[in-house]
Ligand binder design. Sequence first.
Ligand code: KG4
Ligand code: ZN
Length: 338
Amino acid sequence: MLILGIESSCDETAVAISENGTKILSSVVSTQIEEHKQYGGVVPEIASRRHCENILGVTEKALNDANLTLNDIDGIAVTYAPGLIGALLVGISFAKGLAMATDKPLIPVHHIAGHIATNYITTPNLKPPYLCLVVSGGHSHIVEVLSYTKFRVIGRTKDDAVGECFDKCARAMGFCYPGGVQVDRASKLGNPSAYALPKPKVTGSIYDFSFSGLKTAVINLIHNNNQKGIDTDFNNLSASLQKTISEIVTQKTILASKNLGYTKVAVAGGVSANSGVREHLKKACDDNNFEFYMPDLKWCGDNGAMIACQGYFNYMEGITADESLNGIATLSLEDLQH
Ligand code: KG4
Ligand code: ZN
């Protein structure tokens, strides 16, 4: 079963082809990061325009790299939610066109389900149920993965997502967008105990997160030091921030696993590339005798393979769409219509 997966929810135009879900035959990602960098973040209108320009070439390359033609493909999967609406619509319209022209099934995929699926690409014998921490630029969730296509979100951020916190703090330190990876790099040269940063108390579910207080603390620390003429050591601050974030997400994930009886724990999303988050989670899982799964670094950021993989599982469950498929900017994993 060959599924072509299309991802265009943010600033990456990406297409990949999966065979029986977890084997990736080709994966092409055209990133717009360089262009958005000058604005300090993604400009939605520019993102949509670049998707329009790139999507055909990226799709042709994915087919060529796999030595396949459209005739060989069994289904067209596409991200339909959540994301920038204009950007989503480019991928959806293109996918509909392909599906209708070739008379192949159209398969809708939720972006976060796609991130979770990167664990199946890396470890094909991982099977639900398990608990997954999803940490990306727009989302911070603790998710019960009940089956390949059913999810229960038990923890979510009350304000900023983890990636947003990394990126905004990075910006205050003078790192360019997206700064998460630069904080990770600077952390390796810094002392994680140099700055004491706050861990927020969150009202509501014990599994919920809050990162805006931590972000404000980092920004205030830099401003206060500037006003007093004190140099801030950005390597030390990066290391302290990364350690604090890693501890928060690890502690909540382990607490949820223990309370709910999960012994298999995974992580997914752009921030799952962070070395601190990976190390802290791995160690805590080892200490508790939990199995720990993380995606290969190349699958952490947005890509087409995650959509091609999850598209396969959706198709196996009979989840398809017709030409009325629309993009949805905000849609929780729990509110999937299937
Ligand atoms: O999943 P993703 O590619 O896009 C969304 O769906 O949001 O995540 C992008 C986020 C950005 O905030 C980026 O700074 C962050 O992932 N990120 C990292 C690292 N690599 C990417 N954050 C911390 N450390 C990293 N190594
Ligand atoms: Zn993403």
